[in-house]
Design a protein around this ligand. Sequence first.
Ligand SMILES: [Zn+2]
Length: 338
Amino acid sequence: MTVLEGTVLAGRSFDPITGRVVVEDGRIAAVEEGETDSTDIILPAFVNAHTHLGDSVAKEAAVGLGLEAAVAPPDSRKHRRLAAASHDELVTAMRRTLQFVRRTGTVTCLDFRESGVEGARALREAAAPLEVDPFIFGSDDPAVLEVADGFGASGANDDDFTEQRAAARTADVPFAIHAGEPDASDIDPALAYDPELLVHMVHAEADHLERVRDRSIPVAVCPRANTVLDVGTPPIRELLDHTTVALGTDNVMLNPPSMLQEMAYTAKHHDVTEREVLRMATTAGAEVAGLDCGVVEAGRPAALTVVDGDSDNLVGTADPIRAVVRRATALDVTNVLV
Ligand SMILES: [Zn+2]
């Protein structure tokens, strides 16, 4: 049994309570109010809703490049770096990134893994010795679903994914697709696949928002990556008013996959509350991946992040939710329980 004491951001509303979280056999056995001297803040571990861990071999390789030259298949800087990396280089680079992911308070990331079956296998190999288990959206061959947890399509303007969509349905796993990143032209064809997850939707228009709401399709947004690639600003307020919105850090080549950095950026650049941002970074991504974590309540898996509320950085902050969302850094994370 493990007992964590402090300020607990409990339940779906993250209402701070003073007390403790009791963990038994990997699950939360109880969340109890009570007196404690602990200044720790206990919250759900983050779920990063969109990454490309393979880009760990191409850090900063796309500085100054636009979307097409940086990341578009098959001839972008990213894809050339991926092709040039050996299997061992790729696995090692992704493993190091996953270690960083874990140390910054994240229990899993929903990763779009390039390179088909081989690519998905390389990510499984990278994660095998670690306590962070990526949810893999595989690519290319429908047979990738024997290794991956779902299918991730690069975009409806890139290729025809009818076969992959059907294979995902047969396997009862999610089909996710990039849409509306540089412009709106691939949103209608992406919606035609009836996806379980849309990624980006920077250029979503009113009729797209209505269709997303009517079909309850969740959206993963990646505001820092959109800024770096200069594709625009995702309409996060409007998306939240229509559907479930989850937060992701996107390409490792562009930004470090720290949900703390992504949350702070989102809270400071968008018309959203801190609680909404925390939900985007935890509960929303967990639901997309069909995981039961992302909420601190009895019966849930114990995927928890502990932040030191008395760190040199956080001491004196009056509101624990604002402290975590707007100010906390990796240096303030003292424990990640999975
Ligand atoms: Zn992406």
